[in-house]
Design a protein around this ligand. Structure first.
Ligand SMILES: Nc1ncnc2c1ncn2[C@@H]1O[C@H](COP(=O)(O)OP(=O)(O)OP(=O)(O)O)[C@@H](O)[C@H]1O
Ligand SMILES: [Mg+2]
Ligand SMILES: [Zn+2]
Length: 467
């Protein structure tokens, strides 16, 4: 069915943030949660962690990552390791092959023609050398573990790389790692992960919905008399991290499933012009729903009856539900400057919420001059324009601090339409549809969803003057 692998690259310029721990344990969780999926891992560093984790005693001796990079057939280098995970043994030294990878797409081409299937996980060294760049270019999904402010700050080079090569930044996300749950702050940013998320959002970087805590037990899994490194799945059951990995893996599998669906027989890096055709013919996407409301960041399972809106981006890369109050409050602030304590809020909010509840709200990013503006439009069920307001997006690119209600719009845009460094993708749109809060998921039933798509197609049609 699928003729080239889905590639997940784990990367960060900062050392010791948990890349290798994530790469290896993710491989094990993926395999455990999806038995029939082929999962292959290799690393560009020379710590041999992959080998210590997956090697089966008496495993065949053969090639390694160096051979892969010099063009040997990947299929001949892959070994079946512990926990059913396939791996390519690490190499002492890769310096001499770097020059082959001067062009960023070399590894992508190599892997596309490699006959590897399923998911391939690439663990990289803590720098942005040519191999890391190639691994990022090849990635269908790039995950950057961050553990503190400097590591978030450091992401700018990775985002700049994506920008420079026109790579799809939707696939790039930060994952707060090594979070010390004991650290609490006063005020809005109550803990380390909230602070990191806000810091990232401010810069236009997207975070995964989940995070990984710091755990002494997890840290100890690498220190054993026999030199082995034990997995969290089998040896860390009593930790929070054990559950967090399951959530992250589930999130990744959902996006993977959605990608497979939309990929069909097409190449992973097929030109975007095919998107529309693909969208028309594709059935209801099976995955990719966000777990938390992108405006407040709270899990949607918390108060499920409060899911009153469904959102979807033009490329279908982000979709999910929004809390009723979050969306209404956001519109109050963004459209009318009505914030929490304003007296007018009560009555106006009711009207705004009512209007949103009977309209499709469409947010389109445009750049008529040097700055982005947001074209906000609402349509009735027949697809007729009923409201329009152009909103300046000052502060978006400058990465003003996230605070107050107005910034809910920024957070939502960051979570949906964002490029990097606060830049929006021009022409991309975000549609927000009201759903029945008693049964929000019925919007994803085939007929209902098809109708939603038809309405979207109608409201974004070129003759409406949207482009
Ligand atoms: N959740 C966790 N809790 C506690 N310690 C952890 C956790 N995850 C990883 N560690 C520890 O943090 C250290 C760094 O992790 P790891 O080697 O995965 O980072 P890395 O980013 O790959 O490092 P490098 O940049 O050197 O390759 C290791 O000692 C590891 O055991
Ligand atoms: Mg490492
Ligand atoms: Zn919310």
């Amino acid at each position: 069915m699928q003729n080239h692998p889905y590639i997940i690259t784990i990367s960060s310029e900062k050392g010791g943030v948990g890349k290798t721990t994530l790469a290896t344990n993710l491989a094990i969780y993926l395999k455990a949660m999806r038995e029939d999926l082929t999962v292959t891992i290799f690393s560009f560093d020379n710590h041999f962690t992959i080998d210590r984790m997956f090697e089966i005693n008496g495993g065949k001796s053969g090639g390694n990552v160096h051979d892969l990079l010099t063009g040997k057939r990947a299929k001949d280098l892959v070994q079946l390791g512990q926990y059913g995970v396939c791996y390519i043994p690490s190499s002492e030294e890769l310096e001499d092959v770097h020059q082959r990878f001067k062009e960023p797409m070399t590894l992508a081409q190599l892997l596309a023609g490699s006959e590897l299937t399923g998911i391939v996980i690439i663990d990289t060294r803590p720098d942005l050398n040519l191999l890391t760049r190639n691994a990022l270019y090849a990635a269908d999904r790039a995950i950057v573990p961050v553990k503190d402010m400097p590591s978030v700050e450091n992401c700018k080079n990775i985002f700049a790389l994506f920008e420079r090569h026109g790579m799809d930044k939707k696939s790039l996300a930060l994952l707060p790692c090594l979070i010390d749950e004991r650290i609490k702050f006063e005020g809005e940013f109550r803990d380390q992960k909230t602070l990191l998320r806000a810091f990232a959002a401010e810069r236009g970087y997207r975070c995964l919905d989940n995070y990984i805590s710091k755990s002494p037990k997890v840290e100890s899994l690498g220190t054993n008399p026999n030199g082995k490194i034990y997995p969290i799945l089998t040896h860390g059951r009593e930790t929070e991290v054990y559950k967090q990995y399951a959530l992250i893996t589930a999130e990744i599998l959902r996006v993977y499933d959605a990608a497979l669906n939309s990929r069909g027989g097409l190449s992973a890096h097929s030109p975007p012009e095919n998107d529309d055709k693909r969208r028309q013919s594709s059935p209801v996407p099976s995955g990719g729903l966000t777990e938390s409301c992108p405006i407040c960041g709270e899990p949607l399972t918390g108060v499920p009856e409060n899911r009153s809106f469904y959102f979807e981006t033009s490329d279908c890369g982000r979709r999910g539900f929004l809390h009723n109050d979050c969306f209404a409050d956001m519109l109050c602030g963004a459209l009318y400057g009505l914030y929490d304590h304003s007296q007018a809020l009560g009555a106006a909010r009711t009207a705004i919420a009512k209007k949103a509840g009977s309209s499709v709200s469409l947010f389109t990013a445009r750049k008529p001059g040097s700055a982005f503006v947001l074209d906000f439009q609402q349509f009735d069920a027949a697809g007729e324009l009923t409201f329009r307001k152009e909103l300046p997006l000052t502060g978006f690119a400058e990465g003003k601090p996230v605070s107050g209600l107005h910034d809910r719009l920024h957070v939502l845009l960051n979570q949906s339409l964002a490029g990097s460094e606060g830049r929006l993708r021009e022409g991309g749109w975000l549609a927000v549809h009201p759903v029945n809060p008693a049964h929000p998921e019925t919007v994803l039933q085939e007929d209902t969803y098809r109708a939603l798509r038809q309405l979207q197609a109608k409201i974004v049609a070129p003759d409406k003057g949207n482009y």
